[in-house]
Design a protein around this ligand. Structure first.
Ligand code: SF4
Ligand code: SF4
Length: 364
């Protein structure tokens, strides 16, 4: 079960592509948070793990609230394995935050889009100043203190050609877990598709080179597909459980099938009720039915079993329908699968790569 609490609509940044909508000072209260936790345990079988995520806005603006929520979770007499994750812009960091992360073994996802000319173009403070300098200063400490963290890099039509630069830049900064995510709010056109093809090839070649130089790295664009080759494709349980085994809650307690759909908490089409008045099961069924891709071309597509065309949230952001994959994502998936196959074939004899893949099969 994946439960994400968007604990504040507030943020100290004003990124150009922010999915969290308008910023305002609405913070989740403890009564709402407690009801969400109670709901999470009520709908999750006792043998199943629960991953609690903190999201925003910027969650580290509300450190005390996160402490209280985690303390409340620990008062529960339950047997579910529990994990925590936080998505942060990486600008707020100090010893208290570090101790909090370590104490609760929290998985940290930090947003860094690449070198200064890429990151600072979009990820800015309210006064328009770029944030990279501050984030890199914090990253230095984070990489010394934490064994595991990941970096999320968002790329758009204007920066996709520099994707490989971003990967190399992050590796030079000591990042070993890199998540490359397209900006799903951007206007991707036909003209951008060849740029995606070229950039994915470059990233794959850099990845191969890293392993040939005996350096381990994880890049979601490739690793997500490489795992699928070992498994023989997505299983039903891999697909996102929007509104079934995945819920996002806004500060007001409104329930959404995914945290990326919360925005500024006004999209009534995606709302599935409120934690204070109950989750609307009819809405939940209606939303849940629409996740399989209905694109005609998917039917016979040879990439189908490795393709994420089922991601209702991405589809909804890009086409307005949870069951319609955009041309950009279709192209992106085809080429991610193609370059991952090239990586797989090229590194078959590489022992570090074999160890890296074995790590995933042990986690399954
Ligand atoms: S840091 Fe996150 S929540 Fe804040 S403005 Fe940027 S994308 Fe939005
Ligand atoms: S690659 Fe495109 S056509 Fe093929 S399954 Fe995915 S979305 Fe459908």
């Amino acid at each position: 079960m994946k439960i994400t609490l968007s604990i504040t609509h507030n943020c100290n940044l004003r990124c150009e592509y922010c999915y969290a909508g308008e910023k305002f000072n609405r913070i989740m209260d403890m009564d709402t948070a407690k009801k969400i936790i109670d709901f999470a345990f009520a709908v999750t079988p006792s043998s199943e793990s629960i991953d609690f995520g903190f999201f925003g806005g910027e969650p580290f603006l509300e450190l005390a609230l996160m402490e209280d929520i985690i303390a409340y979770i620990h008062t529960k007499d339950v047997s579910n394995p529990i994990t925590f994750n936080i998505t942060t812009n990486g600008t707020l960091f100090n010893d208290t935050i570090l101790r909090f992360i370590r104490r609760h073994n929290i998985q940290l996802s930090i947003s860094i889009d690449g070198p200064e000319h890429i990151h600072d173009k979009k990820r800015k403070y309210k006064n328009g100043r770029g944030t990279l300098k501050k984030v890199l200063k914090n990253l230095e400490e984070i990489s010394q203190e934490l064994d595991y963290f990941q970096v999320n890099a968002v790329f758009g039509p204007d920066t996709v050609v520099q994707l490989d630069n971003t990967v190399q830049f992050l590796m030079d900064e000591g990042v070993h877990n890199i998540h490359l995510n397209p900006d799903i709010s951007a206007a991707w056109d036909e003209e951008h598709l060849p740029l995606i093809t070229q950039s994915y090839k470059e990233v794959a070649n850099t990845y191969i080179q890293m392993y040939e130089n005996d350096q381990e790295v994880a890049v979601n664009l490739l690793d997500n597909k490489l795992i699928l080759f070992l498994k023989g494709g997505y299983e039903a349980s891999d697909r996102c459980g929007m509104g079934e085994s995945e819920f996002g809650f806004s500060p007001s307690g409104n329930v959404y099938p995914c945290e990326r759909l919360i925005g500024d908490d006004t999209d009534v089409d995606m709302m599935m009720g409120n934690i204070h008045t109950g989750v609307n099961l009819l809405a939940r069924c209606a939303v849940g039915k629409q996740f399989a891709s209905s694109n005609a071309e998917c039917g016979e597509c040879t990439f189908k079993k490795y393709c994420m065309n089922w991601c209702g949230c991405t589809n909804y952001h890009m086409t307005g329908a949870t069951d319609k994959m955009s041309a950009m994502m279709c192209h992106s998936e085809r080429h991610a699968i193609t370059v991952a196959k090239h990586v797989f074939n090229s590194l078959q004899e590489n022992s570090l790569f074999a160890k890296h893949m074995l790590g995933y099969t042990h986690k399954e």
